[in-house]
Write a protein of this length. Structure first.
Length: 337
């Protein structure tokens, strides 16, 4: 039952993160996939402005249903693989263990992330109503299978693994390092919600900085079937604008990190609080009453508990990195109590 509640809260939080971060993800994808020495979009804000002017605000949310549909499956994979891998390490709580566990989780979730992002990208780059080819994720899936076969859905899988394995590793490891560094007495339960949010957002930004060029190659390769290989994609991208081409749209990814994490954090926390109100979290009710008593609060004030209280009682969870497909083209998983 507790695992179901974890996944339920995580899925709601993940959905909130997608809603908050998808507009800038669409901007990022448009910037990444435009071709030629004189691109249509000059930067993040110019791209955002043009999309709204030509396609309305709905244009910013193209392809969003694809990551939303895969949230629960990705959460389950990341949650299970990261935790299981860490437990098999010699020192499960070390930074190295979290990096290895995160990398393993990133590789595992790529099985679902690759086809999901392929569909999302194809929908996001449709910027002209007269040239709209796909009417939605289901229609896109059917057309791809009919035209190019089932294998076409997995186009870009190796690039997804190459991006997500190190990205998840960096995210998990840097998050752990930052939370431990901010602790004055070595106890992570003393951290405030703001500190946790800062750690989550910063870890997400670091994971992007280390892996963004790989995301560029993945996005372009998945969105454009004319590339014969990854090397062909890399050479063509470099020929357009040199090394700068591999960092186009990076500011979009970094800007959206904190809004998406904030939405996820807020939703997860209030999901647990409401479940406490209705006594659906029986595994923490006794601990909640104990905390209330020690804090000289009435026993019925369980809703006044903060996420830090859950952390103190039951371990802690990781916020997904910021703005993605699945909660930012890399859903950087949850580790719930």
């Amino acid at each position: 039952m507790s695992t179901f509640i974890d996944l339920f809260a995580g899925s709601l939080g993940g959905a909130a993160g997608v809603l908050a971060g998808h507009p800038l993800d669409t901007v990022k994808v448009r910037l990444q996939t435009q071709h030629g020495p004189t691109p249509q979009y000059r930067g993040t804000f110019h791209c955002f402005k043009l999309i709204v002017q030509k396609e309305g605000f709905r244009g910013l949310y193209k392809g969003m249903s694809s990551p939303l549909l895969s949230l629960s499956a990705i959460n389950a994979i990341v949650f299970g693989v990261h935790g299981g891998t860490c437990r098999k390490m010699e020192d499960p709580n070390s930074i190295t263990s979290h990096f290895v566990g995160g990398a393993a989780a990133g590789m595992a979730q790529s099985v679902i992330a690759a086809p999901t992002e392929r569909i999302k990208l194809l929908l996001q780059i449709q910027d002209d109503k007269t040239k709209t080819k796909f009417n939605g994720p289901i229609d896109a899936t059917k057309q791809l299978i009919k035209t190019h076969g089932l294998k076409s859905l997995t186009r870009g899988f190796l690039a997804t693994v190459a991006r997500d394995a190190p990205a998840f590793g960096v995210y998990f490891a840097s998050y752990e390092w930052m939370t431990r560094t901010m602790c004055k007495d070595g106890k992570t339960e003393t951290l405030s919600s703001a500190q946790l949010l800062f750690a989550g957002g910063s870890a997400g930004m670091l994971s992007w900085l280390f892996n963004y060029p790989t995301d560029i190659v993945k996005s372009r390769f998945q969105a454009d079937s004319s590339y014969k290989s990854y090397m062909h994609c890399i050479k063509s991208t470099y020929a357009e604008r040199g090394y700068r081409a591999f960092f186009v749209g990076l500011n979009s990814a970094l800007i959206r990190a904190f809004p998406s994490n904030a939405a996820t954090f807020f939703t997860v926390e209030w999901t647990y609080r409401l479940l406490l109100d209705f006594n659906l979290l029986s595994n923490v009710t006794k601990e909640a009453e104990k905390i209330c008593a020690e804090s000289q609060l009435l026993p019925k004030c369980k809703r006044l508990l903060t996420q830090t209280d859950f952390w103190a009682s039951n371990g802690h969870f990781l916020l997904p990195e910021a703005g993605s497909t699945i909660v930012d083209p890399m859903l950087h998983g949850y580790r719930f109590f």
